[in-house]
Design a protein around this ligand. Structure first.
Ligand SMILES: O=C(O)CCC(=O)C(=O)O
Ligand SMILES: [Fe+2]
Length: 256
């Protein structure tokens, strides 16, 4: 069972000043993302949902980093040439609220994913994550991909793409669990966009605690004068200068 959900989440933690949150969930489109956010994601391959995770959820996930039984594997980034730092993939069942966020986010993101797929001439993905994950599992992609990443001073994450098999849900989320500027400095999330026959463009994504960056996993379409072209995306993290930086990654496909 999901013991994680029953753990006492301390309400006595030092209250953080509330960030001025961008509106989440207009209700009109049944999405936790506003039409503006979905439009920005669709056209630019990136949007930020401020305060998607609340303070309790961030604290709970941050302090759960040390709880080994929650994870299926722990990766030393240096050993694999991925950078410096460590990350841990959750095992199933995911903590209840993480499972709910993954399903709810999927439901909000799948219209953009399907719009991108239609431009590529690909079939639509199911509206519900449970049905999508069944397709992954049937294709042998059975290992859960949500993860927590931990970076200390000098740690960083090389530019990469999180593709784990034939099934690739084209959007992923990175949620900031730590308090930037207080708990760590440096460590910016960086996206690099590659337009065909052009030099690369970098985008630094400022995130506060609980904010989620939502961005293209491998590519997204843009309209050109002669139809669509595709921009390749890679993401990484600049060097952490001081302190400890924890993030949650939510990837919607599973891994082989
Ligand atoms: O730590 C970050 O900001 C990036 C995490 C990441 O690469 C991922 O979740 O796929
Ligand atoms: Fe990643």
């Amino acid at each position: 069972m999901d013991s994680f959900d029953n753990r006492p989440l301390s309400d006595e933690a030092t209250p953080r000043p509330a960030a001025p949150h961008r509106e989440l969930g207009t209700g009109d489109n049944g999405s936790i993302l506003s039409p503006d956010q979905l439009g920005e994601l669709s056209e630019r391959g990136l949007t930020v949902a401020c305060g998607l995770f609340n303070e309790r959820e961030c604290l709970a996930l941050g302090s759960a980093y040390a709880e080994t039984p929650l994870y299926r594997s722990t990766i030393d980034m240096r050993r694999h040439g991925f950078g410096e730092g460590q990350y841990r993939y959750f095992r199933y069942p995911l903590p209840g609220f993480l499972q709910r966020h993954r399903e709810q986010l999927y439901r909000s993101l799948v219209p953009v994913a399907n719009e991108w797929r239609a431009i590529r001439g690909l079939t639509s993905l199911p509206a519900e994550h449970a049905d999508y994950i069944r397709c992954c599992h049937e294709a042998g992609q059975v290992r859960p991909t949500p993860l927590i990443l931990r970076y200390g001073p000098g740690d960083y994450n090389r530019l990469h793409q999180d593709i784990y098999g034939e099934h690739v849900f084209p959007i992923q989320a990175v949620v900031m669990l730590s308090r930037p500027g207080e708990e760590f400095t440096g460590g910016e999330l960086v996206l690099v966009e590659q337009k065909p026959r052009s030099q690369s463009r970098a985008k630094v994504v400022p995130l506060r605690t609980g904010d989620a960056a939502l961005f293209a996993v491998n590519e997204f379409p843009a309209r050109g004068s002669r139809g669509h072209y595709h921009l390749k995306m890679r993401h990484g993290v600049s060097e952490v200068l001081n302190g400890e930086r924890l993030t949650l990654g939510i990837i919607f496909h599973d891994a082989r």
